[in-house]
Design a protein around this ligand. Structure first.
Ligand code: ZN
Length: 267
């Protein structure tokens, strides 16, 4: 049976079996180092894995609409983390226009959006699980219709081309089923000179090399493609992004790296 092509190299010429986990096979492209799931799970299965299973999901569904944003567990800690991430991202963006439109892909409970609002941005969010964003919508009614629930691919059509000066996807691109198409979508909705900031696990980190199949980032129902700073650069530059830069991660977990890239000024 033929192995799925590496999305960076476009072939499976140098692809080898890496490990099997929970009935899924991870492959590794020796040419670029990408580690990726061979047979993608059904979207519904991926959704369940991400939402934390039925009990957690049900509790959120029942409680979500009544909760206030500030009642989230570890609220202070989460806002402090969000402040670090958003402030860094906004400093990379250096918005020139008045509108300051910001999109957080995989916005979870909306902490980055709340910091964005505090710092004068017009914020938008995409989140797969609707219950997660319900408390944010309760507390920030004005921004309720800026929150889109579904996969990025499903909600992309709600955004106009050249709409955002800043987009973040923190711990998100490893979840994308069709990474190339989603990155293209992100490129389109960024305005000229717009900034895209990601954090994702690094296959080239010590932990990944040392732990092999026990590396924490290997979760075949959730993490479908695991990049290195190098192979991600190859992929995003092919899509058209420029000024690709690597920064220290926001969280050490799973050997994360942070990458910042731009849409060219006149595109
Ligand atoms: Zn490759």
């Amino acid at each position: 049976m033929s192995l799925r092509d590496c999305i960076v190299c476009g072939t499976n010429d140098e692809t080898e079996h890496y490990c099997s986990l929970k009935g899924f096979d991870y492959l590794r492209c020796d040419a670029c180092g990408l580690i990726y799931v061979d047979q993608l799970g059904k979207t519904k299965k991926l959704y369940t894995a991400y939402s934390g299973g039925m009990v957690k999901s049900l509790r959120r569904k029942i409680m979500g609409p009544f909760r206030k944003f500030s009642q989230a567990r570890n609220f202070g800690e989460s806002m402090a983390r969000a402040d670090t991430i958003f402030s860094f991202s906004a400093s990379q963006a250096q918005p020139s226009k008045q509108q300051r439109k910001y999109l957080d892909i995989g916005c979870n409970k909306g902490f980055l959006l709340a910091v964005g609002i505090e710092q004068g941005w017009d914020v938008y969010g995409e989140e797969l699980i609707p219950e997660l964003t319900a408390p944010f919508c309760n507390s920030y009614k004005k921004y309720c219709d800026h929150i889109y629930n579904g996969r990025f691919a499903d909600v992309r059509s709600n955004f106009q081309d050249n709409m955002f000066e800043l987009i973040t996807a923190i711990d998100v691109i490893e979840h994308f089923e069709d990474v190339v198409s989603d990155l293209q979508g992100i490129f389109e909705i960024l305005n000229d000179g717009g900034t895209f900031v990601i954090q994702t696990p690094d296959v080239a980190c010590d932990e990944a090399n040392r732990l092999k199949s026990k590396w924490g980032a290997l979760k075949p129902l959730e993490h479908l493609h695991l990049f290195s700073a190098e192979n991600l650069k190859t992929l995003v530059e092919r899509i058209g992004f420029v000024d690709y830069q690597i920064f220290d991660c926001f969280e050490e977990a799973d050997g994360n790296f942070v990458a910042v890239m731009k849409k060219p000024k006149s595109c």
